[in-house]
Design a binder for this molecule. Structure first.
Ligand code: DLL
Length: 438
């Protein structure tokens, strides 16, 4: 394989040098954070007065964690470390609970974020000759503009299509010769179903790659998209609190995502004891920004469950790779006392050949017990089959495989393909209808 690097000096930095760089960057970030109302108070309470309190990377443990709740408490400007006039842009979460979490960028922040996304895109083998259709939401969500600027930085032709309207997406692909797309994995599956439905010939489009992220998905889902669309799919991880996309990304090796350690200091902690775990162990990812000026964030609890790979990557990048996100600690379902991540269900469902491109998990209360139902789409040909024994056999196979994987016995419902709701943004995979106060 021919590897290419956008920032070779940074991406292949010797690990000892990287650590020295990180320590200096953490100290600078700390000093910047101390200027904000929020951290001024929070760090004083923890007895941290300045850079001298963090003389080695190990001392980072002394810094208290930051949570999403803290970001809301500090709304609107409690974490701003620069004057309001220096702020160029903001992005915000949809704020389903009322107060949005808002992230501010100054000019340097936009430049470094753009560099991280460009570096990520370039690491997959794309270059300026590519035509990039950005099929993800633009606006307050970071996925649209983040990838848009990153693509332009490389010099690709960027088509800001946004999501939705699959017929128009196919037209754009044909008209401009799109070679790479970006979308949520669930939207990519939907695009593939629609392509078949509308009879779009694969030969008429030049697609080679897709970046898929912003929501969890399994290795089987990746394989399915790759096989059906005949492209390479690269996993992309990020969160608005850490700019958005461009935190961790798969290179051409497609085996774990390089977390850009010159921009983020990463720890994996045990979510119960809150103690850092050694490389290789699974836990919650905690991130500290290393270059952000307008809004530095220290030890942010992402809630995302992952682990570091311990081996080096053949691509030559020295930045450690994280595993596919298993789910969020706050997404975990407890069904009659058994802990289940929705990703475990997806792994089973997407591994079954007859299952179509969409599924939905429903949890209800039946008397005192929890009832788990998994609705899966089945391709039209099978669904229309007159022989009910075929459907029964498929249903039973899904049920049995799921029960083995999650130990809970689910009800399985087969539905027609393209009948479950499709979201243009992040897919809603779980409907938990249980009363909240029980
Ligand atoms: O989803 C940023 C983004 C945009 C990432 C485009 C990738 C592509 P938020 O809306 O703040 O930001 O959501 C962040 O989404 O904490 C994870 O729980 C989840 N997530 C993001 N990428 C992945 C991924 C953007 N590749 C939250 N796999 C994160 C699993 C992901 N989960």
């Amino acid at each position: 394989m021919n590897f290419q690097y956008w920032h070779p000096e940074k991406e292949k930095m010797d690990r000892a040098a990287l650590k020295v760089f990180q320590l200096g960057a953490v100290q600078k970030t700390l000093v910047r954070a101390l200027k904000t109302d929020f951290y001024g108070k929070r760090l004083a309470e923890a007895g941290i007065k300045g850079a001298d309190d963090i003389r080695s990377l190990d001392h980072i443990k002394r810094i208290p964690f930051t949570t999403k709740h803290d970001l809301r408490t500090a709304f609107p400007y409690g974490m701003l470390a620069v004057g309001k006039d220096d702020v160029l842009r903001l992005h915000a979460s949809s704020g389903t609970t009322g107060v949005p979490t808002t992230i501010y960028f100054n000019r340097n922040d936009i430049v470094s974020w753009t560099g991280l996304v460009a570096r990520s895109i370039f690491s997959t083998g794309c270059d300026r000759r590519d035509v990039f259709q950005n099929m993800i939401t633009y606006g307050l969500f970071t996925g649209g503009l983040g990838f848009h600027y990153g693509g332009e930085e490389i010099g690709m032709l960027v088509i800001p299509s946004g999501p939705g309207n699959t017929s128009r997406q196919f037209r754009l692909m044909r008209d401009y010769g799109t070679t790479v797309v970006h979308a949520t994995p669930s939207f990519l599956l939907h695009v593939e179903s629609k392509m078949r439905e509308e009879g779009v010939a694969r030969e008429n489009i030049s697609l080679k790659r897709a970046f898929a992220g912003a929501e969890p998905y399994s290795e089987d889902t990746r394989r399915r998209i790759e096989e059906l669309l005949r492209i390479d799919v690269f996993n992309s991880y990020g969160l608005s609190e850490m700019n958005g996309p461009g935190v961790a990304f798969e290179c051409q090796c497609k085996n774990g995502m390089h977390l850009w350690e010159d921009a983020f200091f990463a720890e994996i902690i045990d979510p119960d004891t809150l103690e850092p775990l050694p490389d290789g162990e699974t836990g919650e990812l905690v991130l500290t920004t290393l270059s952000r000026e307008a809004m530095p964030i220290l030890r942010y609890r992402t809630r995302d469950i992952t682990a570091f790979y311990t081996e080096a990557c053949p691509c030559g990048r020295t930045h450690r790779r994280i595993r596919r996100i298993k789910g969020r600690s706050d997404d975990m379902l407890i069904i009659n006392g058994v802990n289940i991540f929705p990703s475990q269900i997806e792994e089973v469902v997407m591994g079954i050949r007859e299952v179509g491109n969409n599924y939905l998990i429903v949890v209800e209360k039946e008397g005192f017990m929890d009832r788990l139902t998994v609705k899966t789409e089945i391709s039209l040909e099978i669904f229309k089959d007159d022989d009910s024994r075929v459907l029964n056999a498929i249903r039973e196979n899904i049920r049995r495989t799921l029960q083995t994987a999650i130990t809970v016995n689910p009800k399985v419902e087969l539905v027609e393909s393209n009948s479950l709701p499709v979201s243009e943004g992040k897919a809603i995979r779980v409907m938990d209808k249980r009363p909240k106060d029980v």
